[in-house]
Each structure stands twice: as structure tokens, then as C-alpha cells.
Unconditional design. Sequence first.
Length: 313
Amino acid sequence: MNHLCSEADRVVPNAISAPPAFSLRRAFAAVCALVAATVAQATPTISITTSVASPINVTNTPTVTITATPTIGSSPSGTQVSKVEFFVNSVSIGTVGGGAFNIPYSTTWTPSSTGSYTLTAVVTDTSTVTTGTSPNLNTATSPLVLVTVTSTDTTVSLTNPASASSLGLGAAVSLTANATAPSGATVSRVDFLSGTTVLGSSFTAPYSFSWTPATAGSASLTARVTDSNSFTATSTAVLVTITVPSVSLTSPSTGAGVALGAVVPITAAATAVSPATIAKVDFLVGTALVGTATAAPYTINWTPTATGAAALT
């Protein structure tokens, strides 16, 4: 049932008495209102395209045109496009009003940095959708369009440390990068990052920063250049591992029996993380220091002075 109730529909013929006619009129009016409320409300649709396919090289195409194609339903009659709003990474970059003079609905976008971006557009038509007692604008959002922005002029690469390097916890390491800017621009700064955290910055070539890792584990290092036009580019990530020195007792073995008063060699295997070196290995019985070795093989001689169990470390 797609037509709205007319005034004639609301009159109940052959009413026998006033009260029943009044009740029937109210009931019929309620049904008519329900039918009117459930008339199909056409939802608009929208899709977007870009003037250049991804990946977008801003060196060759500094400005991108984003075009939206909205489709408006025929119900209710006379519905038109009210506006089309464009978004990059959920941030509005422009709105185009409805009307034939604004077709095609488009806007321009000038990327300010390399990386991945999501593009969307939202169309609003001239109809309203009523939810409860509150009218809402009838809108639709386009599917996401993912684009990648690159540059062949503003570039940066992390040159040290190398990928898959092991770095010592607490040992300073020099982070270095090469950076270039396009003709007519200069490199303003190079930031060095671990994940999303800026570790430090360099403002003149050669671009470097001394970093002392404070946490063991993996770290993803990048360099980010900013040129004098405020354009930025980020290097490929370099994954490194922050490690700590290791040491283990190799002799005597756990549970071994040693004689009271007999000399017992205690030996350990120890490693350091380059560029650090091992300064010393301390040997303990319980909490008491019983000897120190400063060169490999790391061994001391211990003479037990009491019977019973002893914890060696």
C-alpha cells in the first residue's frame, strides 16, 4: 500500500451512533498515519573516484581531484541533492552544494605528506527521515577509497642501524639518515622515530642522532623528513632488537657433589651485545661474592668451607 490516506478515507459511512463512529474514525486515522509513516523512504547512494590512480606521486601530481557521483531515489517526490561533503582520513576537506550548476560534484586535495589515506564522501538529500519524533537528514556515505601518496623528490632513508641489528640495552647508537628535497626547496629537519615516538631531530646534514635504548625488545625505527614547503616523507621502517648481556653457569652442574675443602672450578659462559664488550663476570655463593673473572674463559676457583647445599650464581 503506497498511497496516503485522504480525508474521505477517514470518514466511516453508515455509522449507527456517534460514539462508535468517533472511535472508528480515531482507529482509522491511526492506521492511515501508520501507512503514511511506512511509505518507503529512498536512501541515497554515493561513490567517488580520483583524477589519478593510486599510488599518487605528488612530484608529478601535486593536486588531486576527487569526484563524487550521488544517486538520489524517487521517493519522496522532488528529492534532490542538498550537499556533498568530502573527507580525507575522516577530516572534512570541502563541501559542494546541490544543484545542477555544481555537477559534477568534486573538490581538490593537495596531500601534505607521503603515506596511506582513506577518502570518502557523504551525500545529503533534501528529504528527512523521522525516527520517533526527531526528523533526521537523509544521508549516505561512499565506500572507502584507499590511496597511497609517494614522492620522488622529497625522500629520506635510514642508513644506520641496519635492519635486523641487535642493539645493547643502555648502549648509545648513532641513528643516521639521508634526506633530499625537491628543486627550489630545502630540508628543514629530519626526525628519528621509534614507532610513533620521536626520539630526536637533526636540522643539518649529515642527519644523525645519538639514541640510548632504555627498554629491551623489538623497535621499529624510521626517519621522517620535512622540507621547506612543509611536505613530509617517511622512510621504510628498520626493525631492530634491543638485547641485554647474558650469562649462564656451565660448571659445576646442578645437583653436583663437591668435597669440603677441595678446590672447585666455577665456569660461566657470557655474551655482550656489540658494540659493547664484557667488562667482568662476578661469581657468587648465595649472596656472597667469591670471585671475579675479567677475560674468557670466565672461570674462578672456589673452595667450600662448610657442608650443605650451596646456591651458585
